[in-house]
Design a protein around this ligand. Structure first.
Ligand code: HEM
Length: 133
């Protein structure tokens, strides 16, 4: 049976950052340690400094005991809502002519008279040849 876990965003969790209302996020879970601040052997300032971010590394670095981890679970109020995957922005892409196509276009503009002359001369030669016969 699926468990109904409350999900919190990091933005939401980060708003609980005072001595009366303190949440920390460790390993994807959200803990309300407001009532534990005074008792925390590592000090309340450490917990307050761990709000608004993923405090997993700091928690692990402190080398917490098994009993500390068990105690921690009593403060768990939910899980961190994973951020939605970023949708890559669509880029408007206009096809730029390649170098060769651009060069061909330029050449056509410059030397359009050449193929016209070739066709014209061929027509004249053709007509003359046809008349002679
Ligand atoms: C619900 C969360 C937490 C609980 C229940 C908790 C509990 C404890 C406990 C019971 C100890 C005593 C040593 C032990 O048994 O391991 C301790 C020590 C310590 N904790 Fe936490 N802790 C929590 C979160 C954190 C976080 C997020 C940090 C760091 C950002 C932190 C930093 C420390 C440090 C530095 C000590 C060592 C104090 C010393 O040895 O002088 N704790 N904690």
């Amino acid at each position: 049976m699926p468990t109904l876990t409350k999900l919190y965003t990091m933005q939401e969790a980060s708003q609980h950052n005072s001595k009366d209302d303190c949440w920390v996020v460790i390993d994807g879970k959200v803990y309300d340690v407001s009532t534990y601040l005074e008792e925390h052997p590592g000090g309340d300032d450490v917990l307050l400094g761990a709000t608004g971010k993923d405090a997993t590394d700091e928690f692990e670095d402190a080398g917490h005991s098994k009993s500390a981890r068990e105690l921690m679970e009593t403060f768990c109020i939910g899980e961190l809502d994973p951020a939605p995957p970023a949708i890559p922005e669509l880029e408007i892409y206009t096809k730029q002519p390649t170098d060769i196509t651009q060069k061909l276009k330029d050449l056509t503009k410059q030397y359009w008279a050449v193929p016209v002359a070739v066709v014209g001369i061929s027509v004249v030669i053709g007509v003359l040849y046809w008349r002679r016969r």
